[in-house]
Design a protein. Sequence first.
Length: 680
Amino acid sequence: MDASPQKTIRLLPPELSNQIAAGEVVERPASVVKELVENSLDAGASNVLVELENGGQTLIRVTDDGRGIDADQLALAVTRHATSKIAEIDDLQNIRSYGFRGEALPSIASVSRFRMISAPQKEDGSTGEAACIEVLYGSMKPVMPAALNRGTLVEVSELFSNIPARLKFLKSPATEQKKTQELFTRLALARTDVSFILKAGSRELLRFEAGQTLARRMGTLWPPAIVDALRPFDITVSGMHLHGLTSDPRSSQPRGDRMLFYVNGRAVNDRLLMRAVRQAYQGRLTSRDYPQTVLFLELSPQEVDVNVHPAKNEVRFRDEQTVFSAVLRAAGSALAGVPLASGRFAERENVQENTGAPAESTRPARPLGFWGEADAVRIMPKKQSAPAMPAEETSHRGAGLWESSMPDRDFFSGLSPSRFPNRETEKTPVSRADTTPRPDPALSVFPPMTEKAPAKETVPSDSASAAPVKAARPAPPLPLPDMPEQEKKDTAPAPSPLQGFRYLGQVARTYLVLSQNDETLLLLDQHAMHERIFYEKFRANGSRGMAQPLLVPLELTLHPAETERLMDIRETLTRLGFETSLRGNLCRVESMPPEMDRSEASAFLREALSGRVDDLEDRWIHHACATAIRAGQHLTPEDALHLVQQWLRTEEPDFCPHGRPCAVTLEKADMEKLFKRRQA
């Protein structure tokens, strides 16, 4: 605390008090645009034009066609606590306008060169004489005649030039322009009946035509992948009207910046509304994910206090519980019929026995071949549509690790045969032995798993007819090497080639049980293990940055939001092996990672540019999770052994990419405690 002698209390000069008020209202150029555009909307404007120079630091110009201000009112308009929107204390309980304090214009004028021209609209609809007022860093000049067709024009130049301490805290012009653009779009979404245009210099950044639907305006801001997944809702409950758009649970992101809330048309940041929407998605999204939502809440002005923050971007509700329940119900109405996460997984993994449809038909497209060895060995093979076979035959063809219906890919490179011109690519019947992977012995930590080629069985190709096919029953897999003759005849689980590990079985179609050196019991989560395998394969391939030039470049037409995202992650994409060039909204991909084909590269870029993931690290985790086998998927002993073998080769086998444990171990001492054989 200051220990100096007590000073005399005195009134602050108007210039100083205005600058203090400006510190609360005017934080950056975006704050100026917000206040000026809200004044235009309060004046009944149907067209609003905002122009910026140097991110708004050099010039901000806002032009509208509203009612305007009379010449004798211009001086009052830039005087503190002068307003036409409220007259008595009771009006604070019934605020229906954006502004009402009378602080915005004088605060802005105290930290800039301020000029306002206005042509008022008369009662008969004609336009009166225009007048102009200038304020130089809080010093007001006399009102002068001016020329303007209609409405009001406000110019704010050299913002914070008289306050160097504030000026140095502004970010780069590009960053300030982005902040301004974000606030401008939030205002535009609230008034779809008004035309909005935003320009930076001579370049038009955004244009919203009057009369657009909310979904159409969202399509200007968010990528198609996001907008196409939005679900509308419109309900009235407890005297409140709630409407807007919210996303399908399968379209989520790890940030909450695409959750937009409006109360009586005012853009607000409110934790209560966010919690209510997120609770509506409980069981459909993880705790780390956020939906995309644009929610409008309209209720009596007496039920909400908008006068709790200087920038008026926070509100307080009289009955928070009722509001919370109403928002929860509104968001829930848009999700009606969407199953919970557990239900989606079950539906995804169950084979429709009557139609023969594959269980993974509802899963996202899997970019095959990108994960090298882990991909070549499919844990969940794609089943062919075929008539149901007797149980004794289907039991040998259910979910084999090296199912002959697996896409024909080169095991060592993971590339399609079509990339090797000297190889045959015709679709011919493939034997089970032909599709058996051949691990590179030099790379193998454990002895390779081998089996003799069983009798060939003919598998119908994609173009085969649907006529019943009587397949020869395949011979059971022959025992692994060095197995005693007696054990070859037993039906008990065979010893594992994993150096001290013995596979015992699968529990609840989710957990693999193994023993280690006959001293330790291991319980493994098959989904977490497979996630770790895929994640490290994806990350390793991406970190090499190898590029495969394209004879014919891949062309992608980008949404403006995708173009902005590309500029942010372009360096990272280059490290992954993507070489891109941008001309307007057309992106040309001239090289890509060698593990991908064109369709895989296109899908990868679309998802990376959609912004649904925070960074490419999250993108890899998301892909690993979406592709890995699920809980409830039956694995044959061969499948399980190979999965464990790959998992043991990973760098961090203890945890999945999300941080969940992959394994739980029980030592001999732990089991003795469980069975009360020992006390400590």
